[in-house]
Design a protein around this ligand. Structure first.
Ligand code: ZN
Length: 461
């Protein structure tokens, strides 16, 4: 069934197909159409290599990536960004273990649900599993905590490297891995009513985050019929917040899972594949399984309702979406770009001749002091080649430094925008202001690569 933002319901066969991205979700989930682009490699694979972000780690299992410095920086900045969003929520960050004893009862029960997709290890005759999300570790912390009703809703959070034995044929680039980083938030709520309230808020937040990165989701709600009937108003409010059609899967058997509603928010990539990018659930089973309790006003103990929310899903997949989104722009005839705050190098200084290098370094140093990531193309190649390289690497701004610039202090800047390069004469202060303004409110880290291009190795050959 399809739920429209105005609360009306439409059968999938009767859907007008106006929303092309939503139609991609219907084709996959309802009509089970085989993927159109089998064998075609998604554009992010090429971009990830060309921008020297990440590659496959051949010495590990399939689906285990290694990140080169520029990719590592983007991953760390996304971690910083998500952490900021979670601290805004008053969530408390924790760090849990990555492996758990399989003989422990709640782990054993949980493992049954997840089955074959777990990494198992044998160490000194004991069996362990690697976490596939941060749930176990956080639940274990919560079961040992003394929680009063006054603490609720209680939010804890962790960005956990997670391990899932995805089928080897399905593992691909940044789209699906066996090892990935996931930001997992768990919210303990007093009852279902308060959980619904928190859930709706977090759901809206997930959409707002996507907007900041330049895309919109198509949503799929999985739930059983009885939960839908009893919580219709809540489901309709969620659909309204999506502001586009939502696919309802009401075929979940009652009591089959620990959750009563499970929502996936999907980004649509260049191969028209829905890429699950946010997962949220309301969980009525795990508080009991893990023995997590809170104490009410009268000293009585209760099991809380738990919300699971990965508002940016796997961060590797988030980078997949960023690159696929840039490739979509390219298809529309625009220049592909990363958000300025995430660009590994924000400004490149291009000295025309050797005698301008010292001046270029001084400019770079001044920009660095304004919290800007900058490098200098000091290589013995022509200016034309330097410019071509800067464009190929999607450098958002480059500055050409020659005799005139050294004499006047007024710099020739080229700014990369979706519609093309804008050439301007600007002072250093104006350049710094422009960048700081565009990155306002976003996290910053220093550059992860050498400032002088002549000293930089090539990581992705
Ligand atoms: Zn969880």
């Amino acid at each position: 069934m399809i739920l429209l933002p105005d609360g009306k319901q439409v059968k999938p066969e009767e859907y007008s197909g106006k929303d092309k991205e939503f139609q991609c979700l219907l084709d996959k989930e309802v009509f089970k159409k085989p993927a159109e682009n089998i064998g075609v490699s998604p554009p992010h694979l090429k971009i990830m290599r060309e921008l020297e972000l990440a590659g496959v780690e051949e010495l590990s299992d399939r689906g285990h990536l290694r990140f080169y410095p520029k990719g590592a920086l983007i991953l760390d900045l996304l971690i910083d960004y998500l952490l900021d969003k979670m601290l805004e929520e008053n969530a408390c960050p924790v760090k849990s273990s990555i492996m758990y004893r399989l003989s422990a009862e709640p782990i054993k029960q949980h493992a049954k649900l997840f089955g074959e997709r777990m990494y198992k290890l044998k160490v000194q005759r004991k069996e362990y599993i690697l976490r596939y999300a941060a749930c176990f570790g956080q639940f274990s912390i919560l079961k040992d905590a003394l929680i009063s009703y006054r603490c609720l809703p209680l939010k804890i959070f962790e960005i956990a490297d997670s391990y899932r034995l995805e089928q080897s044929g399905e593992v691909s680039g940044l789209f699906r891995q066996r090892r990935f980083h996931m930001g997992d938030l768990h919210v303990l709520c007093r009852d279902l009513a308060s959980a619904k309230k928190e859930f709706l808020r977090l759901y809206i937040k997930a959409h707002k985050i996507a907007q900041e990165f330049g895309w919109k989701y198509v949503a799929m709600f999985n739930l059983c019929k009885s939960f839908f009937d009893q919580n219709r108003n809540f489901i309709e409010r969620l659909a309204k917040a999506s502001n586009r059609p939502v696919l309802l899967n009401l075929g979940i058997p009652e009591g089959k899972y620990y959750w009563v509603i499970n929502i996936d928010l999907n980004f649509i990539d260049n191969l028209k594949r829905p890429v699950e990018s946010v997962g949220m659930q309301i969980d009525l089973g795990n508080a009991k399984r893990f023995n997590i309790k809170f104490v009410d006003e009268n000293g009585r103990k209760h099991y809380p309702v738990i919300i699971h929310a990965a508002l940016m899903g796997s961060l590797e997949r988030w980078i997949n979406n960023l690159l696929e989104n840039a490739a979509k722009q390219q298809k529309l005839g625009k220049l592909p770009l990363l958000p300025l705050w995430l660009s590994p190098i924000q400004v490149r200084v291009l000295p025309i001749a050797e005698r301008h290098i010292q001046n270029a370094i001084e400019i770079a140093n001044k920009l660095e002091m304004c919290r800007i990531r900058v490098d200098v193309d000091d290589r013995e190649i022509s200016l034309q080649r330097k410019i071509r390289n800067a464009r190929k690497e999607w450098i958002p701004l480059y500055i050409v430094v020659g005799d005139q610039e050294v004499a006047t202090g007024i710099l020739s800047v080229s700014i990369r925008r979706p519609k093309g390069y804008i050439n301007k004469k600007m002072s250093l202060v104006e350049i710094a202001k422009l960048i700081r303004k565009e990155c306002a409110g976003k996290p910053f880290r220093k550059s992860y690569v050498q400032k002088m291009l002549s000293m930089r190795p090539v990581f992705a050959k």
